[in-house]
Ligand binder design. Structure first.
Ligand SMILES: [Zn+2]
Length: 375
């Protein structure tokens, strides 16, 4: 895996580049749609390619529990199993083990937990987590980490970081193949712990660095203060991946601070309840005022949904719980984010990222009160 930095914005830390994997290249900054169970919910791989998606994310924890890596490996690996030919990043499952499984117990080697599906007991070491991802045939793998909710005490965060760094060391020493392996910067909201994490991870020379443990309940401003701080310490020649953060506004704030890769399940999750992004803010299509609206979701959008369907019809489909409704809104939201990062890349190349960002944010604000939420 290689990262080639192509442009740097002179008025911010924003940068664009190309990340190469054996399964193809993708442009950064990039938004990676989340395919937790081996599918980006409601979307076919062909539709994702039509939207311009170049890389998707799958989750090793979920696929390990169901259907199991043995079945996926036997059937030719994850790309063949799910019919996605492009690069796949797999999350290690650390976040899921600590957030949705039960009875987690951590020791120096790894973590034991009970499956959230059937209650079965499991123990995974840092090496096991790498092995699972290698057997799935992931292109970019993440190391096992301990992700804490906010707030965490300094002592708790320090202890979790110590284990996370030990696991990172074990993982890097264990795997030196051609797939990408990313270290994960933890340390909660404590800058000295975050710095220690970066210092130790850089020594291990990972292929990229992820910013973990954010968007876990901390205040918005503190989140971006930590992102700025960590990015300032990370090497410029390696990609930076901000895990699980992905509203349009957050993506722009992240890009401004030098983040290259984003993922978030929210855009497709809110689509399933009828909330869509538009270049004038977020809209909930279930609202009564769209009942007879013959306009597309977004007049400025060129996606399949907006070219062919009206707000009134999509509103009807969502209320009637018709499958087509969530397919159309999911398609539109993913198209919106793919366009957002593509436009951001173009702005970086023209050295006008900050102008672009301000324009987008100003337009969002026009309608931010319609649904009572900021974008
Ligand atoms: Zn659209």
């Amino acid at each position: 895996m290689e990262f080639h930095l192509t442009h740097e914005d002179s008025k911010s830390k924003a940068r664009s580049g190309i990340i190469s994997t054996p399964r193809g290249n993708f442009n950064s900054p990039v938004f990676m749609p989340v395919g937790t169970q081996g599918t980006v919910k409601a979307m076919s791989p062909e539709e994702l390619q039509t939207i311009g998606v170049e890389i998707i994310l799958c989750n090793a924890y979920h696929l390990y529990l169901r259907p199991g890596w043995q079945i996926i490996k036997k059937l030719g690996g994850l790309h063949s199993f799910i019919n996605w030919p492009g690069p796949i990043l797999t999350d290690s499952g650390g976040y899921q083990i600590f957030s949705i499984s039960s009875l987690q117990k951590t020791n120096e080697e790894g973590v034991s937990f009970r499956s959230h599906i059937d209650g079965s007991e499991h123990f995974l070491t840092a090496q096991d987590v790498v092995d699972i991802q290698v057997r799935l045939d992931s292109d970019i793998m993440m190391v096992l980490d301990e992700c804490l909710a906010y707030p965490a005490s300094f002592e708790r965060a320090k202890e979790a970081l110590r284990r996370t760094l030990n696991w990172a060391k074990t993982s890097r020493n264990y795997y030196r193949g051609e797939k990408g392996l990313f270290g994960i910067v933890q340390g909660s909201t404590f800058k000295d712990l975050r710095k220690k994490a970066v210092d130790e991870l850089i020594k291990l020379n990972f292929d990229g660095y992820a910013l973990g443990g954010l968007s876990v309940g901390e205040p918005y401003n503190l989140r971006f203060e930590i992102i700025s701080f960590v990015n300032m310490l990370l090497p410029t020649e390696k990609p930076r991946y901000l895990m699980g953060v992905g509203t349009p506004g957050e993506i722009l704030e992240g890009i401004e601070r030098g983040v290259d890769m984003f993922d978030c399940a929210m855009p497709t999750r809110i689509a399933r309840t009828g909330t869509v992004f538009t270049w004038n803010g977020k809209v909930n299509i279930r609202n009564a005022r769209h009942k007879e609206d013959n306009a597309p979701l977004d007049a400025l959008c060129s996606c399949y949904t907006c070219k062919n369907y009206t707000r009134a019809y999509i509103r009807h489909l969502i209320w009637a719980r018709e499958i087509l409704g969530i397919r159309l809104t999911s398609y539109h939201n993913l198209h919106f984010l793919a366009s957002l990062v593509r436009k951001a890349r173009m702005a970086i190349k023209k050295n006008s990222f900050m102008h672009f960002k301000q324009e987008v944010i100003d337009n969002f604000k026009n309608l931010k009160n319609e649904e009572g939420n900021n974008v």
